[in-house]
Design a protein around this ligand. Structure first.
Ligand SMILES: Nc1ncnc2c1ncn2[C@@H]1O[C@H](COP(=O)(O)OP(=O)(O)OP(=O)(O)O)[C@@H](O)[C@H]1O
Ligand SMILES: O=P(O)(O)OC[C@H]1O[C@H](OP(=O)(O)OP(=O)(O)O)[C@H](O)[C@@H]1O
Ligand SMILES: [Mg+2]
Length: 297
């Protein structure tokens, strides 16, 4: 295969991960033009293109070298890794991306007696994740039958085709609607940036490194807020003690008011009204909370 001089990222064509993945890439300075078949998107500014596919196909496309990177759920990536034959190139999780959070769990009918994994012995468990489930059963030393289904797994116990299930859970609403009860979590999942084990040794490796730096900048500040406030020097200690976690604040003089200081602090998460009210009580005023868009350390 002729080496490509542009980077190619595979992502879900249409589903839960599509919008947040595009938004994240946009924040990294990557925008795309959609082709007529809507499967390939040409990168406008940077030499990075997108391939829009079913999420299940993403690990295979990276493994075959058709794409350099992929944005996919850890659940899909790890299931592929369990099933991949030893000769296929190994895949790695390069970065967790902080969206598409869910978990892969065992659930049983609400009226089934269940105390521990050994209660699943001899039972049938329906799942779309046979590799991850089999691995977990092995670790638990439980012998059960794995029934592989492509979807609508939650309905299997009601249909009588399985005794329990192993499926994705987020709010738990689907389980409740099907009279099921979550018992064990096999995997905490979120969307991840997946790629080959090692960086390619050509310019694509350099491009991936640049993209990773931008991603780190975006991910690090996504939840961050910049807090600006004014305080007297005498209240400074009390105000500083109440600041939400983050690096040391920066202090600036206020023109014409030698006893006053301007304080600037990068906070690791949301700053609530309650926290602001407490900080104000400690002597701060003129407070602003600003979102942070980019950071380059
Ligand atoms: N309820 C949920 N809440 C949050 N994230 C979820 C939820 N369900 C699944 N996910 C995550 O989002 C990923 C994509 O889910 P989606 O339902 O869009 O996939 P799909 O139906 O397999 O789509 P495709 O057509 O691409 O095969 C899942 O693999 C998982 O990582
Ligand atoms: O705990 P909850 O918040 O209810 O979410 C869990 C459900 O979400 C996903 O299905 P989805 O809604 O994507 O439908 P699908 O099974 O057709 O993909 C997953 O397969 C569960 O069924
Ligand atoms: Mg899928």
């Amino acid at each position: 295969m002729k080496p490509r001089d542009r980077l190619r990222i595979a992502m879900q064509k249409s589903g839960r991960l599509t919008e947040p993945a595009l938004e994240l890439l946009k924040r990294c300075g990557l925008t795309f033009r959609q082709s007529r078949d809507k499967l390939f998107c040409f990168g406008e500014g940077e030499p990075v293109d997108l391939l829009l596919v079913r999420d299940d196909d993403i690990p295979g496309l990276i493994s075959q070298g058709v794409c350099d990177l992929g944005i996919v759920g850890r659940n899909v990536l790890n299931e592929y890794r369990r099933g991949a034959d030893g000769d296929a190139p190994a895949l790695a999780e390069w970065r967790p991306l902080g969206f598409g959070r869910c978990r892969l769990s065992i659930a049983v009918p609400q009226d089934m007696e269940y105390r521990e994994p050994s209660d699943l012995g001899g039972r049938r468990i329906a799942t779309s994740y046979p590799g991850l489930l089999s691995e977990w059963l092995k670790v638990q030393d439980v012998s059960a039958t794995v029934v592989t289904l492509a979807g609508s797994v939650e309905i299997a116990p009601k249909l009588g085709t399985a005794d329990a299930i192993c499926d994705l859970v987020q709010s738990g609403g689907t389980l409740v609607a099907n009279q099921l009860r979550e018992t064990d979590v096999l995997l905490q999942s979120e969307a991840v940036l997946a790629g080959p084990d090692a960086l390619p040794a050509d310019e694509r490796g350099d491009m991936i490194e640049l993209l990773l730096k931008r991603l780190d900048g975006v991910i690090q500040v996504r939840e961050s807020r910049l807090l600006l406030l004014q305080t007297s020097r005498t209240s400074l200690d009390a105000v500083t003690r109440l600041l939400p976690g983050g690096p040391q604040p920066t202090l600036l003089p206020v023109a014409g008011q030698p006893d006053q200081l301007m304080l600037q602090a990068l906070c690791a998460g949301e700053v609530s009204w309650r926290q602001l009210e407490e900080i104000k009580k400690a002597g701060a005023r003129e407070m602003f909370v600003l979102p942070v868009e980019k950071m380059l350390a």
